[in-house]
Structures are given as structure tokens and as C-alpha cells.
Design a protein around this ligand. Structure first.
Ligand code: NDP
Length: 249
């Protein structure tokens, strides 16, 4: 058995932020089915997170629940630093996100700040903690879940688009910083995906803008994340993979 293979078998842990519901829960379940153990972060959906944990354990994998607000640097450090001192996960998927839509002339400062905090400042908090430790191991994968809004801009989403656009730029910068140490950083940028986040959107107006004519599924995101964690993606870093049915090309 090669050294690389031994290391892969030894540590197949992936941290997923925002893993209690929606895309994050789907990513955690998909990765567990592929043989990864999961560190599952969430903020408030305790029952749902326990449900994800139970399903992962049924698959014979472990799932450590890590409830904290990803925008709270003190809480994140308190939860993660002692764990990271013992073991460094192979992957970190930063998926937690929120939207607070409003047109910018009417947007409140707290709507702007909350969205920047949860989607973007959290990447500085989590990315720094994980990157530091992955550097010492000279291996690791960091994957950010951004959004088509961060690539195109979107009316009513100046806060969200700014946060996701910033997340893309920060992820590319980190990819440049970590590449030489074999830590790969990529972005998955979903279009409209069937979760609670889009339930209030006017889909009748949006579907004609999607060449594939439908919204995407959680599995269509988690499959790309799984690929980016795999050996097949060894030479991919600093990329933004759009999973959007052709809505943005
Ligand atoms: P959901 O609203 O369905 O789920 C959001 C998840 O993030 C929940 O698990 C929630 O946990 C968690 N979360 C929210 N705030 C925090 C926080 N402060 N700290 C920790 N966890 C938090 O969203 P989706 O699954 O649809 O979205 C997942 C990601 O994909 C987001 O980054 C989103 O911006 C992005 N995205 C989604 C699209 C879509 O169409 N659905 C399109 C483009 C991007 P809890 O409930 O426990 O608080």
C-alpha cells in the first residue's frame, strides 16, 4: 500500500458548516455514504442535526455535532481548537449561509452586517483555523459554497451577492497561499437549489431563466463536493464550479 493511500485511509474526516438542513445536510450524508466521518456544525436546528447524526451513524460512520454560530469567532475557536490539536480533518466544507433580501435603498444596516458576518466573515474564522492546521499536515481540501448571486449580482441581494463574491475572492486567494503545501481550495457556486432557502422565491418568473428549465437538487451539489474531495480532483485548485443548470455561463 502506498504512503498516500495509507494516509487517506487513516483520516477521512470532513467538517461541514451549516449541516443540519438543506445542502449542508445533503453534503454530510453523501460524504458519510462515501466513507467519510463528519464533524457537523449547525446553529439552531438541534433536532434536525440529531437526525442527520443518526442517519450517518446508521451508515457506520461517526458524526460529531458542533453547534455554534459560524460568525462567532470566540465560539468557533472554543469548539474547534481543542479538536484540531488532536486531529486535523482532511476536508473543510464551508456551507453555512443566510440571506436577508431587500433592495439596497431600503436595506437596514443589520441586514447587511448579518449576511456579511454569516457568509463571509465566517470564512475568515473557519478558514484560518483549518488552514493553519492543514498547512502543518501538507494535505487538505477546503471547499466554499458560494452562490450564482456572487458571480452575477442580484437585485434585492446586494448584501448576499457581496458576501458570496467576497467568499469567492477570499477562497481563490487562500488557494494561492496554500497550493505549495498541497492544500486545495475550491468553490462550488449553486444556482437555485431545492431547499428552504428558495421556498419564498417566485419560481414561475425564475425558471425561464434556467436553460435546464428546473431547479437543482441537493444531491447535484453534494456530488460535486464529493468529487472535489476525491483523488480525481488532485490538480484542481482555485476554481469556481457553477452548478446552476446553465443560469450563468
Ligand atoms: P438552508 O437555509 O436550507 O440551510 C442553512 C444551513 O446553514 C442550516 O443548516 C443552518 O443551521 C445553517 N446556518 C445558518 N446560519 C448559521 C450560522 N450562523 N452558524 C452556523 N450554521 C448556520 O440553506 P441552503 O441549504 O439552501 O444553503 C446552503 C448554502 O448554499 C448557503 O451558503 C447558501 O447561501 C448556499 N446557496 C443556496 C442556494 C439555494 O438555492 N438553496 C443557492 C446558492 C447558494 P440551523 O438551521 O441549525 O441554524
Amino acid at each position: 500500500m502506498t504512503k498516500e493511500k495509507q494516509e487517506d485511509d487513516h483520516n477521512k474526516i470532513v467538517f461541514v458548516s451549516g449541516g443540519s438542513r438543506g445542502i449542508g445536510a445533503g453534503i454530510a450524508l453523501d460524504l458519510a455514504a462515501a466513507g467519510y466521518d463528519i464533524w457537523l456544525n449547525y446553529r439552531s436546528s438541534t433536532e434536525a442535526a440529531h437526525g442527520v447524526q443518526a442517519k450517518i451513524e446508521e451508515m457506520g460512520r461517526s458524526c460529531l455535532l458542533l453547534p455554534f454560530d459560524v460568525s462567532d469567532g470566540v465560539a468557533a475557536t472554543k469548539a474547534l481548537e481543542p479538536l484540531l490539536a488532536r486531529v486535523v480533518p482532511y476536508g473543510m466544507v464551508h456551507n453555512a449561509g443566510v440571506a436577508r433580501d431587500n433592495i439596497m435603498p431600503l436595506m437596514h444596516r443589520k441586514e447587511w452586517d448579518r449576511v456579511i458576518d454569516v457568509n463571509l466573515n465566517s470564512f475568515f474564522i473557519l478558514g484560518r483555523l483549518f488552514a493553519k492546521m492543514m498547512l502543518t499536515k501538507r494535505r487538505g481540501r477546503i471547499i466554499s459554497i458560494a452562490s450564482i448571486s456572487g458571480q452575477t449580482g442580484q437585485a434585492g441581494q446586494a448584501n448576499y451577492a457581496a458576501a458570496k463574491g467576497g467568499l469567492i475572492a477570499a477562497s481563490k486567494s487562500l488557494a494561492r497561499e496554500l497550493g505549495r503545501r498541497n492544500v486545495l481550495v475550491n468553490v462550488v457556486s449553486p444556482g437555485l437549489i431545492d431547499t428552504g432557502m428558495i421556498e419564498d422565491l417566485p419560481l414561475d418568473k425564475l425558471l425561464p431563466l434556467i436553460p435546464l428549465g428546473r431547479v437543482g437538487t441537493v444531491e447535484e451539489i453534494s456530488g460535486v463536493v464529493r468529487f472535489l474531495l476525491s483523488r480525481e480532483a488532485n490538480y484542481i485548485t482555485g476554481q469556481v464550479i457553477g452548478v446552476n443548470g446553465g443560469m450563468y455561463m
